[in-house]
Design a protein around this ligand. Sequence first.
Ligand code: NAP
Length: 341
Amino acid sequence: MGEKVFITGSTGFIAQHIVKLLIETGYTVIGTVRSKEKGEVLKKLVNFENFSYAIVPEISAPGAFDKVLKENPDIDYVLHAASPFTYFTDNPEKDLIEPALNGVKEILNSSLKYLKNLKRFIITSSDSAIYSNVDEKNNSLKFDESSWNLMPRELGTKDAITAYYISKALAEKQTVEFRSIHKPDFKFVSINPSYVFGPQAYHCDPSKINESNQMISDLLTKTKSGDKLDIECGGYIDVIDVAKAHIFAMQSDNVISERLFMNNGHFSTQMLLDLINKNFPQLNLIKGKPGTGKEDIKILAKINNDKTKKLLPWKFISLEKTVIDVVNQILEAKKNESSKF
Ligand code: NAP
């Protein structure tokens, strides 16, 4: 049996890729899920004896992780990937900020209490912990691994996007404070991805695409000349690179206490559309204004993640490959669905 990894939110888009890679690398994995039904579905998909699930319905409930960690004191690594990620809520403080913050507090406290052999605690943070959603779109600013989103918690009541960004910043900050207060024997690494695109690890249900891939999925419905293209832009990274960074964060001593800013450049919806039209002309999607994506991203703040790129010994996957992989998977899933009828 390989070393034991505990990962929260293991039904999630990114976490499933991490689980897959962990299993392939030889680790034994326990993943938290919110219900038995979700656990059984995931267990079937992973289909490997070294994977088991534990039910944690709500990460922010007091003592949420106590039982499972008490029963598994030999865990070597904790990966905290669970956090609410949705832009659809009427109560962003309650649905985004509170669970993110209390969830990280619960997993840290239980880890300290029960995991005496714990080597590392890795948090799936975000570029939202590096800049606010307002600063991200201010091209006079520049951000790197040392930058923090300092937007105050009170502004999180404004809207879901602002609240999500604040939730990630406060959650990651909590790990820093915990470290300085408790000085635990285990080490910390933070993974800070920009917008994560990529295919699903095991199963793609086109009607339930995760939040970040929704942007690509939505473009595939734009077939009528009257369909409008909302121009969105930001930083991007492929989900495989994010999963690899988590494993690397467990294994490499060079990244201890670092924040890995996972970003492979900027995208705009026009760029995504151009790449889909180039590679899938048969879909006959609207064209928008081809080639103008470079203009769209001029509003964005500059990013310097050279430190991260130097630490990680591989090259990130290109936006074109990511888009091709996502679209191929959605088309394949839709084909399989329609052949059932
Ligand atoms: P996801 O697919 O929505 O996965 C989130 C996971 O967390 C799910 O398993 C979800 O369970 C679980 N979860 C959420 N709130 C919970 C709660 N209150 N109690 C228990 N479990 C809860 O999102 P993802 O894209 O994989 O994101 C994973 C992590 O990466 C998050 O921390 C997110 O902030 C971070 N991140 C994502 C992106 C991106 O673009 N995708 C970028 C940067 C950072 P259910 O599905 O059962 O609710």
